[in-house]
Ligand binder design. Structure first.
Ligand code: SF4
Length: 289
């Protein structure tokens, strides 16, 4: 078992970084003006060049960070965040984007693509995160645009929309797929205000295990949701997978205010969980220790 720092070496500059440090949001209430040619208000309609694909689609980008050395293993990447989610995890670190995405103006996507084009010489790819990006029907068309720029794509997802993930894999629009496994499937109802069927997550796990690209499963080890028993049950589902990342829980920004007062596992306990996880997958990394 290796820590993230061991594995990625000097690319890991700050192990205890805040998840959204350096991320740029347009402040709520910002009006995105339609000024020079090509600038738009709100979401841009992205033209898809793929035969048979939807002709026009939109993606609502809510946050952007130009350069990250930490979020796309082995690559320098830009980060893009979409809004909205089909869960409301009590420990979520970005409640604003999840609960009220409309409060954040959309980045003009044509300007974003122009910015990424300028960065082509020093970034390898783009990480698409959220919120939950697979909810955005404009995602496939947007990823095609990134591919046309020659950029690699990493998708961070909660895995509850396997049909979208299947399509993106099928179209070879992804280079790296990271899927959160937040607790055992039967406890997913604790992550939302409505019942959550575990069946889609189980389908996604099989898709990830069969995928011919780099993949990781990742679990934030929130003591209230993931103990050794849960970890073993999850491990059975992930058995044989190439990589399982166990992340430290950072309570202070939790969506549910009461969870901000909870304690994370001490490092030694997380390391013990890592040893358990090693019995199920090819490689385990600890992140955030
Ligand atoms: S942690 Fe992820 S899946 Fe959960 S509510 Fe936040 S964005 Fe959605």
């Amino acid at each position: 078992m290796k820590s993230e720092e061991d594995y990625y070496g000097d690319q890991v500059r700050c192990k205890n970084r805040s998840l959204f440090k350096g991320l740029r949001f347009l402040p709520p209430g910002t009006t995105v003006e339609s000024g020079e040619k090509g600038r738009v208000q709100g979401s841009l309609r992205v033209q898809s060049g793929q035969p048979g694909a939807e002709k026009l689609s939109t993606i609502a980008v809510k946050g952007f960070q130009g350069t990250s050395l930490l979020d796309f293993p082995g690559r320098v990447a830009s980060l893009i965040f979409t809004g909205g989610c089909n869960l409301t995890c009590p420990f979520c670190h970005n409640p604003g984007l999840v609960l009220d995405p409309g409060a954040f103006p959309d980045f003009p996507v044509n300007e974003l693509l122009a910015d990424l084009k300028k960065r082509q010489s020093f970034i390898d790819g783009v990480v698409i995160s959220g919120g939950e990006p697979t909810l955005d029907t404009g995602l496939p068309a947007f990823l095609r645009q990134l591919k046309e720029l020659g950029l690699q794509v990493k998708l961070d997802t909660n895995g509850l929309l396997p049909e979208v993930i299947h399509r993106l894999l099928d179209e070879q629009l992804l280079d790296y797929l990271a899927v959160d496994i937040k607790t055992t499937p039967d406890r997913y109802g604790e992550l939302h205000t409505r019942p959550v069927s575990p069946a889609p997550l189980l389908r996604t796990i099989e898709l990830v295990k069969a995928a011919a690209i780099e993949t990781e499963f990742r679990t934030t080890c929130v003591p209230q949701l993931v103990g050794e028993d849960e970890l073993r049950l999850i491990g059975e589902l992930l058995r044989g997978a190439p990589l399982w990342v166990l992340q430290q829980f950072l309570p202070e920004h939790s969506l549910v205010v009461e969870w901000q007062e909870l304690s994370a596992y001490p490092p030694g306990q997380l390391e013990r969980l890592g040893k358990v996880a090693e019995g199920y997958v090819e490689r385990v990394l600890l992140r955030g220790l």
